[in-house]
Design a protein around this ligand. Structure first.
Ligand code: OOG
Ligand code: NI
Length: 464
């Protein structure tokens, strides 16, 4: 019985999730339509971009590309979530500590890691685990723990299918289809809370995020993010379509050579929910959790490039902090642009200074001359126009940007302050695995690409 490839299962799952979210949150559908229009316009206006995307990421990948986010309550939920995503070829990459931004969670991103897998479908899920250890109120902490201890966010059938995939090494067509629909249940919105309004309010006061994680039957997908080729155009266009965007675009400013990640979102919707009222009664209330986000992806930076990025961003934040209400957005963007002038904005320069990772390919001239250049080094081949290069796309997330996204959709009343307190060891213990180090991974991708291109030049001569 043939197994369906994990990449195909992931692709099917990401489409199913997008369809579900479109039905649940109509504003998301509007955003997707808008991004698709702007992406095709951008490509039509920029033939060079079209060519460069074709030789690296593939254009189709971008239109279908999404990331989502969920917030989990217990170690066991995180453990099983890792197993669930593994069936779809998604592994935990990087550790993100959000306590820095007074958000009581730490997180990882589940995503495909190999180039071929990313090309099929790059679906990723930013997955946070609530840190009850950071809540000071002991009674509240115990209440939250107690409520979480009795919830089961996975269907019995999906747990069986996960175990089967682990045991047999995969799922056949019928089982993988059932896996997709059973897995989807975990991410669905539940309007009936597991607690009464009084406790919900107390959790809200400690932190809105705690209430969001603890109160419901599952970790509803809180946003799905399409990838745009022109985030500034989408930011400007949102209000024209009746969508209210957050004040600023997170991440680096607009540049000729995009790096890392730029993100913006629209505010969370205030949605009707029901709280428990006595034995089997319900009382109507509201909860804000789900929102929309878009992102633009640029080059993956080396530790040296990332350090420069972090230094510049800190410098900006030392001068001005973006106000949630948008009162200083223009000034913020002006300072950001000015400070980031110190980050080279030319691919050749970025490569020479080793600020980003690159992948290498044979140019047309290289193809003709391939037999006459054995043993030459990469820089010489590039200088002669025989080898071209393109930046490796950044597939991960940024803690400061993520914090800005969390904050914009949690509202301004932040609740308790939490101390900076990363604990990767505790996170990995719950996860049941180590997270992949993103820098090591990008470095390996680059090294493999260099090795492959040099081997091509050397192999031809050797064969003659
Ligand atoms: C996750 C926020 C982080 C991103 O794109 O950086 C995120 C959340 O609000 O649960 O999705
Ligand atoms: Ni996001």
């Amino acid at each position: 019985m043939a197994f369906i490839s994990p990449d195909t299962i992931r692709k099917n799952f990401s489409i199913a999730m997008s369809d579900m979210f479109r039905q649940e949150v109509p504003a998301y559908g509007m955003l997707v339509d808008m991004v698709e229009q702007i992406n095709s316009q951008t490509l039509a206006d920029d033939a060079k971009l079209q060519v460069s995307l074709e030789s690296t990421d593939g254009v189709e990948r971008i239109t279908e590309e999404r990331h989502g986010a969920i917030r989990l309550g217990t170690e066991e939920e995180l453990f099983n979530m890792r197993r669930l995503f593994a069936v779809m070829g998604m592994s935990p990459v990087s550790y993100y500590d959000l306590s820095v931004a007074s958000i009581p969670v730490h997180a990882t991103a589940f995503r495909p890691v190999e180039r071929a897998a990313l090309a099929v479908n790059p679906f990723r899920v930013f997955t946070s685990l609530l840190r009850l250890d950071l809540i000071k109120d002991e009674k509240l902490r115990e209440d939250a723990k107690e409520i979480l201890s009795t919830r089961q966010i996975f269907t019995a059938r999906v747990l069986e299918l996960i175990a089967q995939a682990e045991r047999d090494g995969g799922l056949n067509e019928a089982d993988s289809a059932e896996f997709v629909s059973e897995a989807l249940e975990t991410f669905r919105w539940h309007s009936k809370a597991r607690l009464d309004q009084g406790l919900f309010e107390r959790l809200l006061q400690a932190h809105r995020l705690i209430a969001d994680v603890v109160s419901f039957n599952g970790p509803h997908i809180n946003h799905l993010t399409p990838r745009t080729l022109d985030i500034d155009a989408v930011q400007v266009e949102m209000p024209n379509r009746g969508i209210d965007p957050k004040a600023i675009v997170e991440g680096p400013p607009a540049r000729k050579c995009p790096v890392l990640l730029r993100q913006t979102s629209f505010k969370a919707l205030n949605e009707p929910v029901f709280f428990k009222d006595g034995e089997d009664g319900w009382v109507a209330g509201h909860h804000t959790a789900r929102f929309g986000e878009i992102e633009q992806r640029g080059a993956a930076l080396t530790p040296k490039g990332r350090e420069l990025y972090d230094t510049l961003l800190n410098d900006v934040r030392g001068q001005i902090r973006p106000d949630g209400n948008g009162s200083n957005s223009e000034e913020y963007m002006a300072v950001l642009t000015e400070v980031f002038a110190a980050f080279p904005d030319d691919w050749a320069e970025i490569r020479t200074q080793e600020l980003a990772y690159f992948q290498y390919y044979l140019t047309e001239a290289g193809l003709v001359e391939i037999g006459n250049n054995a043993g030459r080094d990469l820089d010489a081949l590039i200088a002669d126009g025989l080898v071209g290069y393109a930046p490796v796309v950044y597939e991960d997330f940024l803690p400061v940007s993520a914090a800005g996204i969390f904050q914009s959709n949690l509202g301004d009343d932040q609740g308790e302050e939490f101390v900076f307190n990363p604990n990767q060891e505790m996170f990995e213990k719950a996860l049941g695995a180590a997270v992949l180090n993103e820098f090591d991974h990008y470095a390996t991708m680059e090294a493999n690409s260099i090795e492959a291109i040099l081997a091509q030049f050397n192999a031809v001569t050797a064969a003659e």
